[in-house]
Design a binder for this molecule. Structure first.
Ligand code: C2E
Ligand code: MG
Ligand code: MG
Length: 279
């Protein structure tokens, strides 16, 4: 309407690729192509590194297209509505796996699950989470749900109410990728988050750039002043861990201490020699 748009072959092929992926994604779950990998998160506040949680990260292994990253298939799942089935599957599988881990560890190990705002906003989401906890037998205290700042975009009142109901059951709520996106400090103060995950964009360079260090320092103080724990995401280097510890960060996650893995038990059941040498 009153405008001109130019067609390019790339436009057609990227649309074609997207539609192809959507068709494939429709049957990926039933074909068993979606799996969860788990990335460890460690408490660093007491000086050492203590495993406290695994974050569930979805992986799609397609027989001919290969491994498709979540950055590609989660947006398609959200737009097509497939995220509802995918999200329920991930939540149930993660809770079931977390129940199994407890037998291998003296300390309780939490599981963190990313929840799309599409799923979170559905009516009866709270009931569904409670049903899954009941079916799998996982204590709500061992479940952390991660939301991004997009939950604040539409109907924040409904989001606040839903979060309050989840927190009342004992579930922990974390805000993911904080600092990118649509950060609104007023919502941060109103939404009942217990944990703030600082996006890895801030962690990158924290050991070299004074301005990045100042940002991370301020974010940690902000979170602590609001009674939230802080997890730094994407810690890849010893020096980054050291700075985050000095600044008072509570927990870290990143390739330094462990990438996402299909075998999280390797972090719990350490070989005897490794455990002895660490102590
Ligand atoms: P996220 O929840 O912020 O997860 C952290 C991402 O950072 C993961 O990417 C992880 O592999 C990556 N990462 C961890 N440590 C490092 C590091 O030290 N360096 C670097 N460069 N990257 C690191 P991944 O697995 O590709 O997931 C991307 C995003 O997709 C996740 O970001 C999350 O928002 C979304 N996602 C993954 N699984 C699910 C799911 O089951 N449901 C929903 N709704 N979203 C999911
Ligand atoms: Mg996350
Ligand atoms: Mg994140």
């Amino acid at each position: 309407k009153n405008g001109v748009m130019c067609y390019t072959p790339e436009l057609g092929s990227s649309l074609g690729e997207r539609m192809n992926l959507e068709t494939e994604l429709r049957t990926a779950l039933s074909r068993g192509e979606i799996e969860l990998h788990y990335q460890p998160e460690f408490d660093i506040s007491a000086g050492g590194t203590r495993l406290v949680r695994f974050e569930a990260l979805a992986r799609w292994f397609h027989p001919t297209l290969g491994t498709i990253p979540p950055s590609k298939f989660i947006p398609i799942a959200e737009e097509s509505g497939l995220i509802v089935a995918l999200g329920s599957f991930s939540l149930e599988r993660a809770c079931r796996d977390a129940v199994a881990w407890q037998a291998f560890s003296l300390d309780p190990i939490q599981v963190a699950v990313n929840v799309s705002s599409v799923l979170f906003r559905r009516p009866f989401f709270v009931e569904e989470v409670k049903d899954i906890l009941h079916r799998t037998g996982l204590s709500p205290r061992l479940l952390q749900l991660e939301l991004t700042e997009s939950v604040m975009l539409t109907d924040p009142e409904h989001s606040i109410e839903t979060m309050k109901q989840l927190v009342a059951t004992g579930i922990t709520m974390a805000i993911d990728d904080f600092g990118t996106g649509y950060s609104s400090l007023s919502y941060l103060q109103r939404l009942p988050f217990q944990t703030l995950k600082i996006d890895r964009a801030f962690v990158k360079g924290v050991e070299e750039k004074p301005e990045m260090r100042a940002m991370v320092d301020s974010l940690i103080n902000l979170a602590h002043n609001l009674n939230m724990r802080v997890i730094a995401e994407g810690v890849e280097r010893e020096e980054q861990m050291r700075v985050i510890r000095v600044l008072g960060g509570d927990e870290i996650q990143g390739y330094l201490l462990g990438p996402p893995t299909p075998d999280p038990l390797q972090h719990i059941c350490k070989p005897v020699a490794a455990t002895a040498s660490e102590e």
